[in-house]
Design a protein around this ligand. Sequence first.
Ligand code: UD1
Ligand code: CA
Length: 457
Amino acid sequence: MGIKAIILAAGKGTRMKSKLPKVLHKVCGKEMVNHVIDASLEAGAKSNIVVIGHGGEAVGNCLPEGVETVVQEEQLGTGHAVMMANNYIDDSDTIVILCGDTPLIEGETIKALIEFHRKYGFAVSVLSALMENPKGYGRIIRGESKELVGIVEEKDASEEQRLVCEINSGMYCFEGKALREALLEIRSDNSQGEYYLTDAVEIIRGKGMTAGAFAGATSEQIMGVNNRLQLSEAECLMKKRINEFHMLNGVTLIDPLATYIESGALIGSDTIIYPGSLIKGNSVIGEGCIVGPGCTIDSSRLDDGCEIQNSVIVKSAVGSGSKVGPFAYLRPNSNIGRNVKIGDFVEVKNSNIGDNSKASHLSYIGDADVGEDVNIGCGTVFVNYDGKKKSRAKVGDRSFIGCNTNLIAPVELGENSYIAAGSTITDNVPGDSFAIARQRQTTKEGYLKGDKWEKKD
Ligand code: UD1
Ligand code: CA
């Protein structure tokens, strides 16, 4: 009695002019087919089967766990595509058919279609929409008492039928038994020589079962993406949807048109996002943060009250109250503590930085474990690579590293150690110690007064 979804995604997508299968093109950071699967799961489908085309392995590899694929070697039409999934259909199932290239469909709409379908006890229910310009779509043909009679493809439609503005979204809800029986009877005797899934409506009615059309979709939700222009339109609409969601959740977007938040991101209330910022992947941003302008936050976590300006943060975490940027780069696996300052032109990679520590300017911190309350002076370089292997450095709590220091890893500084500016540290420094490692200054008094150097003009 469960709900199963079959997602049609075998079409070549020639018009995308791409090596990538059409349904793997992303809208707001997520593959189109995965947007559809998310909507399906939200609507309560307990299993999802994706019909992929010849060479569609790449699609299979991008799908979430538990989603199955079935291959349609030759694209002989939507009816033929569903036939490929015949083995998954049980008589007692409710089958939802969706398209992999309609990323804007929402779970709630599919849910409403299923409710409509069950309420009236139809054997098949079609999700339809009213379109100002129905060109290219199959038209919904209703009878005298407005019942659904059939669906006519534009290429097969009469002049009069073409005037109908209610169109087929290409999404349906079927009773398993009715669908299985209809699939046996679909033929390809039409203008395109294809097996039309839409013919199932008439077949099912011919067997004395009932069919309905649910005009519950907006033109936006059923919009199919066939080329890059439509891809950008989908991106724009999805972006608007995501941004509105966050704004209504209490996030301030100074300029929503210039703010790019991917669909997996979470953002706490009272966070302010300035223009030119991109929040990617499953990033989680806390409350009361200030992000931007010009930030990329990719698959990272920012705790409450962080301030990030003109910086790039990838697969890293920043503790509450910390300030990053302007112009900082946190590369993967950087864990920044609370109330830390990572200032301008500081790059951090695969490092841990303890609470209240500061690297205010022009430093490279790679493969390091830096304790709490540490001051990393301007121009400090953690020298982590000898040309063959990477090594880690450790800096104890409350240490002070003077400007322009090189720490040649592997090396450890104990707690409360102090490194003189300009030092190149190759040996461990015990706690509470001062280390200086640089040439003494030589000053040659009067050196420039000799014949050779005296200025002549
Ligand atoms: C189909 C409908 C049309 C509807 C429109 C909505 C039919 C006959 N027509 O038309 O009434 O208005 O969708 O967008 O169903 N696919 C396969 N294998 C195939 C053919 C298609 O997997 O052999 C997949 C495509 O990848 C796509 C979906 O099915 O995701 C719809 O196919 P498409 O060719 O776009 O259908 P239309 O001809 O536009
Ligand atoms: Ca087509």
